[in-house]
Write a protein that binds this ligand. Sequence first.
Ligand code: OOG
Ligand code: NI
Length: 271
Amino acid sequence: MNTEQFFSALWQDYTEIAPQAPVIAQALQSRGEQLINDHVAFRTFNHSPINIERLEPIILSLGYKRFQPYHFEQKHLDAMGYVPADDRQPKIFLSELRTEELSPQSQHIIESLVRQIPATMKIELSLMWRGILWQPPSLEDYQRLAQESEYAAWMSVMGLRANHFTIFINALKTLTEVEQVNQFIESLGFSINASGGRIKGSPQVFLEQSSTLASTQNYRFGCGNTAEIPTCYYEFARRYKTTDGSLYQGFVAASADKIFESTNSKPHAEQ
Ligand code: OOG
Ligand code: NI
């Protein structure tokens, strides 16, 4: 499988679970836009057979290189940004939850999930859109996790898959400002994640971003209950040139911190 096939399989899975994404993509294409993906992102649990250390070889096998690590104290997350060999390919953002920093109860729930991952599981490209490698948690466990870590709750039901694709605004012809993109998205009936402001970052940090609130899905939990949960979202990024004249390649931790909240199951704290 080459890099193109990898992203096409990821996109296929993502659009099935985030029906807003193909609607947005098609609406932009009918304005004559050609879409370029800035990056995709994955989430995982650190103390597990699918932590960053174990998944990284998959990414490196596609020719990617580590670019920069990021840390999120409050959210108990560590992340790594990867850049492709061919800069027409999307960057990759891979984060993991420091589960040992959660309460014993949450740790116990997460352990009961990751324990189900088969010891014989092969580390291969298709793992990146496999979803959960465990039985769906109970609604009660999901809600308990969400109280402490929205990221943990999301991971317990969505697992390994692209949690968002990102449209590279620089390559758009009809919409140039992030706020123009936001208004276009709203005109299609979707909501913008306003946590930390409708636009995260600034030209001063060489990156401006915004994102939708995730699509939702009626999910069947392990206990047989069903409930509406957030799935995956769409992001929009505008990059600026750094002092050496090249386009900024990294992420911005303070902005990422708020973008994570695009999949929150509970209402966002406005800021
Ligand atoms: C990743 C959030 C961070 C960015 O571009 O800064 C991010 C996630 O939601 O898993 O995508
Ligand atoms: Ni992103």
